[in-house]
Design a protein around this ligand. Sequence first.
Ligand code: NAD
Ligand code: UDP
Length: 331
Amino acid sequence: MKILVTGGVGYIGSHTVVDLIENGHDIVILDNLCNSKIEVLDKIKEITGKAPAFMVGDIRNRSDVDNVFNTHHDIDAVIHFAGLKAVGESCEKPLLYYDNNIAGTVTLLKSMSAHGCKRIVFSSSATVYGDPATVPVTEDFPLSTTNPYGSTKLYIEQILKDLCASDSEWDATLLRYFNPVGAHESTLLGENPNGIPNNLMPYIMKVACGKLEKLHIFGDDYPTADGTGVRDYIHVCDLAHGHTLAISKLDGLKIYNLGTGTGYSVLDMVKAFEKANNIKLPYCIDPRRPGDVAVNFADPAKAKEELGFEATRTLEDMCRTSYEFAKKNFK
Ligand code: NAD
Ligand code: UDP
């Protein structure tokens, strides 16, 4: 298939482009590089031997999106990663998030429709489950959000549901990611956030490389085995492959959790990272972070049954590849 990947230069997008190319697909990337670096394209070529077509542009700009479809007439489907993702920033700048994520998606969908391309895989998030009443979480759990970033994911899901209901020609698969971590085995691709990271694994990576002094664990009084928050960490290469499976099974409206089904606490992560990399990670206990939930992990059974999706990489793989990437790439 010929696939347009929006946000394909970013963390999850770049790993997915590699997996798609390795599975024989032809890729066109549209990215405005607001949170990624153009050098990633060379890394993708180094890994796969093939350079994806790239157009710099913004999904909010209709002419940028039209330009992609006018240049590449035969796009079969879109995988839509482009979006802003920092929860804290979304609380400070909600209009930026609604404009970039929601208005951007609407513009993308209008252009797709005008060019007769009505097949999309969308990057949603486990954040749409809010504070789940029980775990593991299945796709039919009630949906809610606690911040503007989460609201953008929820609203875009609704837009895609409405679109599929209005026109049977649309196929939309909503992939609800749990916590993607890790890096490509080559150490050429990985997550390299600017400034102080919000998420656990990039923060651990910065501490491990001596860029930050110690990890601040947000709360040790949750109702979990060791008191720290529990999440479902999934290797980004497993997550990436989920998109390759999903794109080949687009059929009406589909929703899948992409996780491993296993929850690990923050302290479990610290211990696993120390063991995998034979290093010591200094940490301290801080108060809970506002808006955090105690436990969230997936029931991945539906993705396994319908897509054949199964995360195969271990926690050790996640910790080892993260550190290897950080050592080579954190300046
Ligand atoms: P990322 O920031 O590394 O990648 C996003 C890419 O989109 C970047 O290359 C950025 O430059 C581009 N982009 C942003 N706004 C754009 C716009 N208006 N026009 C064109 N390009 C634009 O983030 P990521 O971690 O790879 O996440 C990809 C998607 O997955 C996002 O939609 C994110 O919300 C979603 N997601 C991420 C996580 C996570 O923990 N990383 C979890 C759940 C869902
Ligand atoms: N966390 C932490 N210190 C950090 C970042 C995160 O203790 O510097 C904890 C956080 O409270 C949560 C877990 O690590 O329990 C995962 O947080 P992250 O932001 O990576 O993912 P999310 O909360 O969005 O699932």
